[in-house]
Design a protein around this ligand. Structure first.
Ligand SMILES: Nc1ncnc2c1ncn2[C@@H]1O[C@H](COP(=O)(O)OP(=O)(O)OP(=O)(O)O)[C@@H](O)[C@H]1O
Length: 336
């Protein structure tokens, strides 16, 4: 494939684009600002995110990805078009080949819609690959082996659990409990315990900066700014890592229960491989302090956090741009 071809991770939290021969060239929040009257896209990513809550009446900020799936195909088409424009500068006739990660549970109709959106956006050929497979490839796993590997990808909208062998997902599950649900839980907790109304971006900062899910991890404190739930006036308060741990416990508990259920459905031979190789954690949620330790204790299996877990899917699609044989095994390809 020529340089300029793209690997794309359309995440609930971030859009990440890998350009062949260059590496990651776009890493933006998956937010789009649209003109209310015309429906025209006015900003994508960081610029659009800044407009949330501050947009004048004639702009609205939308998140075209919801719970890990594409909620708005027309916008995604425009987003892909914009990515092609930004990366394939100057060469108007060049139509890139795209590798796009899609959720495991995407139906054939949704897969087809991704393909249509990408072709309409100006792609020459489109390959779609299941996200946990792309994440595993990005994490350096040889997915074509008969040996089983387990990948748990904790993103913004979804947690994907997949047992992979011979280039496919043998057993898997996808649940709508991931980073966003954690942020929402922190918002509710702070309101209940401290009588303080905070926004989800503040909750996310708390989770990232001082969050933990294992008691052995160090405890920190953080000042949070919000609005008093009773008086409505702005005020600050303090939250600790222990608070976050208490808040996230039920969510992490559910994720662990679903991983256990997948392990129980895994054929014994592959389960033995997983015990030997451990579970690979990818996605932003993998960075939650103490999650690997908690998982290892609760599941009795070694847990490894992939290097740079946030970019595993995008780097996986990038590796596929360079490996046509692997692409044939793991992806579904379309040309008009
Ligand atoms: N250090 C951290 N600790 C805990 N969570 C983190 C950390 N860094 C990022 N996150 C969370 O990871 C999530 C984003 O992860 P990622 O980029 O893998 O998701 P995504 O691919 O966009 O979403 P999805 O896979 O659901 O479509 C966000 O919820 C973010 O808050």
């Amino acid at each position: 494939m020529p340089k300029g071809d793209l690997g794309i991770d359309l995440g609930t939290a971030s859009f990440i684009v890998y350009q062949r021969g260059k590496g990651i060239v776009i890493f933006e929040p998956s937010v789009v600002a649209v003109a209310v009257k015309t429906g025209e896209i006015v900003a994508i990513g960081e610029e659009a995110k800044k407009m949330i809550g501050k947009t004048p009446e004639y702009y609205k900020a939308i998140k075209p990805m919801k719970d890990g799936v594409i909620a708005d195909y027309k916008t995604i088409e425009a987003v892909i078009k914009e990515f092609i424009k930004r990366t394939v500068k100057g060469s108007f006739l060049f139509k890139p080949e795209l590798v796009i990660g899609i959720p495991t549970k995407a139906t054939s109709v949704e897969r087809r819609a991704v393909f249509e959106a990408a072709l309409n956006a100006g792609a020459r050929r489109v390959h779609v690959v299941s996200e946990p497979l792309a994440a595993a490839i990005g994490a350096g796993i040889d997915v074509t082996k008969s040996e089983g590997s387990m990948v748990v990808d904790i993103g913004g909208g979804t947690t994907d659990i997949a047992v992979i062998s011979l280039g496919g997902v043998v057993v898997g599950d996808s649940i709508k409990i991931a980073g966003d649900a954690m942020d929402e839980a922190i918002v509710r907790y702070v309101r209940k315990k401290y009588g303080l109304v905070i926004g989800e971006p503040t909750a996310e900062q708390v989770k990232i900066k001082i969050g933990k899910v294992h008691p052995d991890m160090e405890t920190y404190e953080m000042e949070i700014k919000g609005r008093d739930a009773v008086t409505g006036l702005p005020r600050t308060d303090k939250i600790t890592s222990e608070d976050v741990m208490e808040t996230l416990q039920p969510l992490v508990g559910t994720i662990l229960a679903r991983i256990k259920a997948v392990l129980e459905k895994t054929p014994p031979e592959l389960a033995a491989d997983i015990i030997n190789n451990g579970i690979i954690l990818t996605g932003g949620g993998a960075l939650l302090r103490g999650l690997d330790k908690l998982m290892a204790e609760e599941l009795g299996v070694k847990v490894v956090v992939a290097e740079d877990p946030l970019t595993c899917v995008a780097r996986g699609t990038g590796i596929l741009l360079d490996d046509e044989n692997l692409l044939k095994v793991v992806a579904v390809s379309y040309t008009r």
